[in-house]
Write a protein that binds this ligand. Structure first.
Ligand code: PLP
Length: 491
């Protein structure tokens, strides 16, 4: 009948429908978390699988929430890789949490777009406050706080953070060197730096031949050697080029290597190079006093980023960037069209975050970080990090006790890099055996680890950091790896 049929039709915004279906959606998601271990961690579908399951065009008539949720269960979830599974150890974690989730809901609920202060004063001001809170937890130098020339901003990703500071640095140099000097600008980093830096160079117009990718190896545990930087800078200066940007790392993507920030920063400073520190993953650990040493030297940096959406219980996306000189950012990224003019901005009384980022529009992302900080508190967050590092130690020990395996590079945080040892020094065979093991464990659906290459060696990465991971998951993961390796070595 028409009446009961229309009951299920959603209006664009109806408070009572939101209440009813919102509750149902929360139930659905809570059930998902309750049963998350029953799914294969890495989705096992084949490319194009969804085309065969969904219609070619959007429906003309409304469907019901039940119909859609049924499709989510039967068609979408099989194609989901379960990043929140306690057995997810690939890449780096991407934390979701109850507080983060509630913050996301609230942000979607109020539905504001806070590009300028006036478009939602609370969004700008809360972002400034929580970034100051976190800067203090990290014990960042005062110049990164919002009360002076510095301040923090939430970007969508570390890639955007790196790009905007590179553009700020580029324009600062070009203002004195002249626009035609673009072809002379040189960027420095170790070869362990995330590809986000290369992408930033591509977008910022830095010539590929002016990107100095300096080799890091096992002799420094894959940290950048300052003398290599110094040599490269001197060579470039002699050639009439302009060194302008250095990206240092605290926790590289491959092996969580930490560059010697203080020494690098000194070289950068004496050559007027913008020094950015990428601590996308490991920055979170530095709220613990015993790990703060890994960002010692950050006082020499011009900018610093960490992803709260990695290992800080804040749902994706929430990438935090601090700069010492906000004017460098706004001079490069400001626009001032008539349709956005307003008294507060004109009077220079406020921060307009549209001038600190690439897009105009921006979400109320500080709500979720604020909720994470308030609902868990620094003490819980520190213990959360410590627990994962403890679990990583457990895994590291299991690996080192097994003669078939070796730990590659000393573990600092919650990432363990390991591999099957070579037999008869045959590195090539060893690489393919490790890739085979990776394939075997991941296709079991019981866990998901990823790999990298360090000095030509294929290395397996077990990055611990999902909120639901406990010691039993780590031990069970090791058991699966051992089972698979004994099968492989018998072959
Ligand atoms: N930097 C490091 C050290 C990373 O590990 C990653 C991603 O894992 C990134 C940058 C890129 O992060 P995003 O996806 O936020 O751009």
């Amino acid at each position: 009948n028409r009446e009961s049929g229309s009951r299920h039709v959603l209006k664009p915004m109806d408070s009572e429908q939101l209440r009813e279906y919102g509750h149902r959606m929360v139930d659905f998601i809570a059930d998902y978390y309750k049963t998350i271990e029953s799914f294969p961690v890495l989705s096992q579908v084949q490319p194009g699988y969804l085309h065969n399951l969904l219609p070619d065009s959007a429906p003309d008539h409304p469907e019901t929430v039940e119909q859609v949720l049924d499709d989510v269960k039967t068609k979408i979830l099989p194609g989901v890789t379960h990043w929140q599974s306690p057995n997810f150890f690939a890449y780096y974690p991407s934390n979701s949490s109850v507080a983060g989730f509630l913050g996301e809901m609230l942000s979607a609920g109020v539905g504001i777009v806070g590009f300028s202060w006036v478009t939602s004063p609370a969004a700008t001001e809360l972002e400034m406050i929580v970034l100051d809170w976190l800067a203090k937890l990290l014990n960042l130098p005062e110049q990164f706080l919002s009360k002076g020339n510095g301040g923090g901003v939430i970007q969508g990703s570390a890639s955007e953070a790196i790009l905007v500071v590179m553009i700020a640095a580029r324009d600062k140099v070009l203002r004195s060197a002249g626009k035609n000097a673009l072809g002379k600008l040189v960027v420095y980093s170790s070869d362990q730096t995330h590809s986000a830096l290369q992408k930033a160079c591509q977008i910022a117009g830095i010539h590929p031949e002016n990107c100095r990718v300096l080799k890091a190896d096992s002799s420094t545990n894959y940290a950048l050697r300052p003398e290599l930087l110094q040599e490269a800078v001197s060579r470039d200066l002699e050639a009439g080029l302009i060194p302008f940007f250095l990206c240092g790392n605290v926790g590289t993507t491959s092996s969580a290597a930490v560059d010697p920030l203080a020494v690098l920063g000194k070289i950068a400073k004496s050559n007027e190079i913008w020094f950015h520190v990428d601590a996308a993953y490991a920055g979170s650990a530095c709220i613990c006093p015993e790990y703060r040493q890994y960002i010692d030297g950050v006082e020499t940096a011009d900018s610093f980023n960490m992803n709260a959406h990695k290992w800080f219980l804040t749902n994706f996306d929430c990438s935090l960037l601090w700069v010492k000189d906000q004017h460098a950012l706004t001079e490069a990224l400001s626009t001032n069209p008539e349709f956005l003019k307003n008294k507060a901005s004109q009077a220079n009384l406020v921060v307009d975050y549209k001038d600190w980022q690439i897009p105009l529009g921006r979400r109320f992302r500080s709500l979720k970080l604020w909720m994470v900080l308030r609902l868990y508190g620094a003490k819980t967050l520190k213990n959360y990090i410590r627990n994962h590092i403890k679990l990583a130690k457990v895994f590291e020990q299991l690996v080192s006790q097994d003669p078939n395996f070796e730990v590659i590079t000393p573990r600092i945080f919650s990432l363990v890099c390991f591999r099957i040892v070579p037999i008869d020094n045959d590195e090539k065979k060893c690489n393919s055996r490790n890739l085979e093991l990776l394939e075997a464990v991941n296709s079991s659906g019981k866990l998901f680890i990823s790999h990298t290459a360090l000095s030509g060696k294929i290395v397996l990465r077990c990055a611990i950091g999902a909120p639901l991971t406990e010691e039993k998951h780590v031990k069970e993961t090791w058991k699966v790896i051992q089972e698979k390796v004994s099968y492989l070595l018998r072959k």
